[in-house]
Design a binder for this molecule. Sequence first.
Ligand SMILES: *[C@@H]1O[C@H](CO)[C@@H](O)[C@H](O)[C@H]1NC(C)=O
Ligand SMILES: *[C@@H]1O[C@H](CO)[C@@H](O)[C@H](O)[C@H]1NC(C)=O
Ligand SMILES: *[C@@H]1O[C@H](CO)[C@@H](O)[C@H](O)[C@H]1NC(C)=O
Length: 972
Amino acid sequence: MRGFTTLVWALPALVAGQKPQYPPAFPANPILPSSINYAPSVTPNVMDPTAPNAQVVCPGYIASSIEETTTGLTADLALAGPACSAYGNDIKDLTLSVQYQSKERLAVKIYPKHLAPSNQSLYILSPSLTPQPEVQYGSSKSASDLQFTWTNSPSFQFRVSRASSGDVIFDTYGHKLVFEDQFLELVTDMVPDYNIYGLPENLRGFRIPNNFTQTFWNAYNLDNDQELDVNSHSVHPVYLETRYGNGSSLSHGVYARNAHGQEWLMRDSSITYRTIGGSFDLYFLSGSKPADVISQYQTGIVNTPYLPAYWHLGFQQVRWGYQNWTNLQDVVDAYAAQNIQLEGVMSDLDYLKVNRDFTNNPGHYDIEPGKEFLERLHANGQHYMPILDPNIYVPDPTNFSDAYPTYDRGVELNAYIRDSNASYYIGVLWPGFSVSPDFITPQAHQFWTEQIIAYHENLAFDGFWLDVNDATSFCTGSCGQGRIEENPIHYPLAFPGDANTSVAVDYRFPEMFNVTNATEAASASSAMMSQSIMYPTPSATPTPTVGRTLATPGVRNLTYPPYAINNFLPGHSLQKQVISPDATHNDGPFNSTEYELHNLYGHTSGNATYNALKAVTPGKRPFFINRSTFSGSGNFSGHWGGDTNSKWGNMYFGISQALQFSIAGITYFGVETCGFNGNADMELCTRWMQLSAWFPLYRNHNNRNTIAQEAYRWATTAEATRRIMNFRYSLLPYSYTLFHRANVAGETVLRALAWEFPDDASLKAVETQFMSGPALLVTPVLAPLATSVQGVFPGVAEGTIWYDLYTLQKVNAAAGENKTLDAPLVHQPIHVRGGYIVPMQSAGNTTKTSRTSPWSLIVALDKNGQAKGELYLDDGISLAPNATKNVEFSFTNNTVHATVSGEYNDGLPLANITIAGISSHTHRVSVSLGGKACNSRGAKFDHSNGGVLSITGLQHATSGGAWSGDLTVELQ
Ligand SMILES: *[C@@H]1O[C@H](CO)[C@@H](O)[C@H](O)[C@H]1NC(C)=O
Ligand SMILES: *[C@@H]1O[C@H](CO)[C@@H](O)[C@H](O)[C@H]1NC(C)=O
Ligand SMILES: *[C@@H]1O[C@H](CO)[C@@H](O)[C@H](O)[C@H]1NC(C)=O
């Protein structure tokens, strides 16, 4: 590691003259007519000056029949005046239920008092879809951290406060409760300049501005999937609030368990929470530190993140445009030749036969050569994960050669979502007119599992990434009805190289490419110009506008509800680019519609896919990442951050996005490294490979009409990647332990500085640095043309010591100082926090070989000359490992102690211990393992300047396995 201080970073380009890759043209199928492509626009109520203010026009409710118990209370709520019908039909009678569910958790539920069984699913989000916690045994009002108070004057209002101090954390006093069939509203007052975090998914700053509207409606933006500040692929209605004062802080959490389209309006002194259906199902968490709130949410409500397999922590490469197995093999070989770790390759849509699930593209991705490819890959400890989409091509019934047995099987099982008129809902996705499995039904799970098992029998793939499950459809309504004879149609998109497209090549480059690569930038810009002359942009289809929908008594308007949430798609229509809200499900008496379930399609399709993968490899942890998620998805899936752009700004916001998902319990998160849309350049890709090396999911993914961007494409990127991956792979034992802690206790892997140093108000909005676990501070370079970067070193005022991870030299930083750190291109500043012991193994070419290296420890001493740490071990793949091991490390009185529990033994010795911040000299060590003295012959000692003691050659002493018993290494 010391060698890294000598930096050679002006290396010549490895691959000269990169040209955009032209993908093969798609078959010249008929293109979907634009007439069925777009839903009409809606006048957005949010911006309509004549739209009613529900707080003014609605009467609120009055509570009566209060019944109190030791664990809470129930009451009736009756509408306190004439119905206002602001954006729907007022529900006259409601039930209030307050539950002191545990010491830290208070639940407040408000739902219709009279619910016909067939009506329930409109208002009550079933616990089978996402967890709904109950009162824990032994909890009571008197033992609660939180307190619920209410009043009836002038109408029902409530407060949640801290029992100890009376601090109000949620406060509807002064505001009315609004409960209609298609519109619910609740307003809470907030403290001035409040600090809230979370509410993923959104590309925006980490600390949510006090003037921000968060809309929740899962959607995919084909033109720019990375628009800032708008609704995105996931819905997690949970926030963390931190209040600072007197040199300390208190944090709490709020979770609103509702899957409907909704909006959170953050304003100066209040938050307005609105949904277009469901009920109020609110959970308040007492914290009182950020890490407590996050853990309470995960352990108490949505379930903790799953434990990834060890190999999931390796690096993966994918691009749309790898045309055949040979292309994939070439990529695998090029990574090996460049000595860059590669754990897996993935396929984008290219491997499929005309984009149909569970097929292989003939002549490109045939099964037999695929089997040979996978055998070679698996023999090297590497993996293959193709894309999967939850839509099933509907074959043309008049064309025998178009037969698609997968579709037929789903019909046999009645496994698809229906149109309101009882036939199947036929939308458009990559294969053409397609249906969507109805994942809330058992028959759809059966269908999916059968198909996945059968496909795996053909080709032993290692996991899936499930895409377009937002739930996306590229036309309006069941547009394929009566026209499936036209299949296979071409989706309505301009694709490079296709006939009738308006864009041939993507000439977009990162910011400042015009400075770093002036000549190429100039030629790209003129090429872009001539392309736009050759292929003029077609004029947009005019979209009719509908006026504001008014509430109709007794009727819900599913496609144009009276309250129009601010969906970013043109016209804010809920029908745009999704399965229409009036599509119906096959759930017996309920006949639920997409209106209730839209935001759950990613969650339910993800759950079905995860379970199918478990059936494919029984007893093993599946590799599974999901594009669209909901509260609770982290328990079975990872997530990637959508189609990023190859822009510095997109790379920047990935950090905030990762931290949002840490709150939400989706630990296995990463972004499309080097950017998906547009061309990367050497500098951006270098910095992004460095940044993503800290993200749990580490993959490079590229679009097909852009230049290649694998980590080996530029010599400098390759060198920087080798250096940072050396850290990532050496630190696998540390990261895997963090995942274990996340899995058992709801801790986080990526952390905001504000969570590790919760009392320092100056850190409340830091989003340019982050921590990996408690011990490592990452200061990434996020701007072009930089050779240095600024960063803070938290805790210095209280005596925290930081060491440069490369040299283990103490950082000389003043409290609050924004310190300038050297960061030439191949170098990323990383620091280790005094007081921590970090277990490591030297990096092999895969996670598998890395796991066979002898152990080493970095011991970073705190101001008292002490440190601690931990290590979790198991076989790295079993869902229920038959042996595990926990090692607790400490360093006190010049002795390293490792206290072990559990039976797992990897048999590997401890070879090296490096201690940072030690002043005394050591010439001998005395080692004891399991109470027996060991021979430490061969140990070598090197004291370098700056208090670094490096002990090497210890492996003889612990050759039977360093953690086979309690271990002490005493320095003498
Ligand atoms: C919101 O607040 C931020 C900073 O607090 C400010 O920069 C921004 O202009 C505000 N935006 C609006 C729309 O008021
Ligand atoms: C694979 O695709 C490449 C284009 O990337 C082509 O040159 C090559 O001939 C193909 N190989 C096979 C075996 O199909
Ligand atoms: C390069 O492009 C940026 C926009 O990305 C612009 O602000 C800047 O002025 C350009 N610089 C030069 C030298 O053309």
